[in-house]
Design a protein around this ligand. Structure first.
Ligand code: AMP
Length: 300
């Protein structure tokens, strides 16, 4: 595995791979790798000649009162895990290599960002889009791999790739969970034992919602209420949002139809957690498939 921290050297290496006709799969991360990340790496490994992993805690996507300084970091561990999963190139730049001077140009995400996490984390997706534009130009991948756990991020990246005509295929990978349903996250290490025992309630609430949809519930208000009540009954967390929206345009829905994202974010004392599920339903006005409500299935 080649470890790189310089942009120019990285671009030279990537150009060489391209000249050799190799396909490049790219997995951008902030490190502190867990099985969610490695499922992206494994998928990239299976589909490309070269797998590039970036580990970069991007200061631009953290708000002033967020956890940039204390975000968990362990590069030696990440390096070991990357190697075990067959990564070819590990890109690990310092912040002053990525941002040597104040930016002349940065991205503003003007759709899909005024709901969900975008509303509670102003500027977050501008920071994500800006660093991804840079990383895409540095790595020049054929495919980029993203986790559905961050569904809004995927929707924004989908818009970014289309708007700016990056010749990159976006590959979505389902959320990897702990045995009790908690979505794997680098931030789970912040949780106290009590919070860790309550945290699976997020996914349990989403699953209860999916069951209600399967039984025929189509009211977004009823689904939101049900998810809220479940989380309030089983955790001490403060609910940031419970939203039901269309995917990928992220328009809030009153009635569930089409591809539906049910997403939650909560604040425990020590960490903010997010989770979501996606459900496929017939579009409004479309006939079901004759099996009534069984036309629905959860994707993530
Ligand atoms: P992060 O390091 O948190 O920025 O995440 C890097 C990538 O890994 C993003 O595309 C995430 O969506 C993805 N990811 C994080 N957690 C999970 C998970 N539990 N399952 C699948 N993908 C994940």
């Amino acid at each position: 595995m080649i470890v790189m921290d310089q942009i120019a050297a990285m671009q030279a290496l990537m150009r060489q791979y391209r000249r050799e006709g190799k396909t490049i799969g790219f997995v951008p991360t902030m490190g502190y790798l867990h099985e969610g990340h490695t499922s992206l790496i494994d998928r990239a490994r299976a589909e490309n000649d070269i797998v590039v992993l970036s580990v970069f805690v991007n200061p631009l996507q953290f708000g002033p009162n967020e956890d940039f300084a204390r975000y968990p970091r362990d590069f030696e561990r990440d390096r070991r895990i990357a190697e075990q999963h067959g990564v070819d190139v590990l890109f690990h730049p310092e912040a002053d290599e990525m941002y040597p001077e104040p930016l002349t140009v940065r991205a503003i995400v003007q759709a899909r960002a005024d709901v969900l996490c975008g509303r509670s984390r102003p500027g977050h997706f501008d920071g994500v889009a800006t660093v991804l534009m840079k990383l895409f130009n540095i790595v020049m991948p054929d495919r980029a791999y993203f986790g559905m756990k961050d569904a809004q991020q995927v929707a924004v990246v989908d818009g970014l790739i289309r708007d700016l005509n990056f010749p990159i295929e976006l590959v979505l990978v389902p959320t990897v969970r702990e045995a009790d349903g908690l979505a794997k996250s680098s931030r789970n290490v912040y949780l106290s034992p009590q919070e860790r025992s309550e945290a699976p309630a997020l996914y349990a609430a989403l699953q209860a919602a999916a069951s209600a949809v399967e039984r025929g519930e189509r009211s977004a208000a009823a689904i939101r209420r049900m998810v809220r009540e479940h989380i309030e009954a089983h955790t001490h967390a403060e609910i940031d949002y419970v939203e039901v929206c269309s995917y990928p345009d992220l328009t809030p829905l009153e009635t569930l139809a089409g591809t539906v994202l049910i997403a939650v974010a909560v604040r425990f004392a020590s960490a903010r957690l997010i989770d979501n599920i996606m459900i496929e339903l017939p579009k409004t006005g479309e006939q079901g498939d004759g099996k009534g409500e069984q036309a629905c299935f959860a994707r993530s």
